[in-house]
Design a protein around this ligand. Sequence first.
Ligand code: SF4
Ligand code: SF4
Length: 389
Amino acid sequence: MIPLSVMITGKGTVSTRIKGRYHRGRPSRFTSIIRPVVFWNITYKCNLRCQHCYINAGPDVSLPELSFSQTLDVARQIVEHGIPLVVFTGGEPLVSEKFWKTLEYFHEIGKPKTSVSTNGTLIDHRNAKRLKKLGITYVGISLDSLDPEKHDKFRGAKGAWKAAVNGMKNSVAAGLPTGLRVTVTTGNIEEVPSMIDFSADLGLQRISIYLLDTVGRGAKIISHVPRGEMLRELIDKLVEKAREYDGVLEILLVRMNFAGIYLADKLSSHRQEFYEYLELLGSQGDCGRKTASIYPDGTVRPCQFIDYVIVGDLRRQSLQEILSPDNPRLKPFIDTASRLRGTKCRSCPFKDVCGGGSRNRALTATGDFWGDDPACFINPAEIAERWKS
Ligand code: SF4
Ligand code: SF4
């Protein structure tokens, strides 16, 4: 995750409230390899059926899930292990009674911090107040377009846009820090700057911009991944937007770590500055490195984007055992850089910081999980040359 606004203005909104102040010269220590942010995909059920859903969720999906008592046991382990933040996701968390019960449990104990990633369609006034009362620190709501018809088509449900925007309004009205999450494709990339204005007008405090990843149903639409100049132009526009909404709305980039290197190069005026940016970027987590994803059935994956690799199973193992850096199944994701073997990534001087972009896009495009991410638009050698001593 690239904290674009923090890199540009030195200020975050939601992220600062969750992690404390961090910026260039002061990287965050909020998470660590053994105490990652946990993304808890609490259910496979969802009231929508989106084209790009990485978990293949839907209303009629019926796959094995943890029972109530197993769920609460996992929650207890999360507390004991000192996980700093749980991001509830799904499926749609709000359809699941297990979500509400677990949230109540965490709230009673007073830790960890919690946030929710949701399609927003079920956040009426009552649920917004309930989330607020249960101490949710952030609500991230997905919206793919400013055009309701386009969003509804992408999301596979008529009325989804209106319901999501109402969810945002209700969430803001309840005093919940709220943000918009958008998955960027070739079909909506032009809209992103306007979506930032739209978010600010609604009183949202964050926009998280995900580059389309080729996992789940997203694997069928790799041609929709914006690349090269298109992506670079977007990031240049975002730099302007971050300045415009300085301290009001923060912009995060997800699934495009190479954009962090691009920004470090673009923003630095001297060598020390460039390396401080790299340190800030290196302190952020990535799939399996300072993040873990618990699936509805209790299996643990490096993150919700690499769902086809299982690094442990909470029905048979403890959380502590799974999150150990000695776990052989987790190791490749902690130390991704040494495994990269695509021509561009393996020789990249920034691979320790970047981690090679998305392994899914590499796999879909090259057939090699450790190959090059085709979306990386930077020239690493040229950048390294500019900042060498
Ligand atoms: S709302 Fe989210 S979980 Fe539900 S189908 Fe869409 S992408 Fe999947
Ligand atoms: S070449 Fe690979 S490791 Fe280097 S910045 Fe691009 S994606 Fe990251």
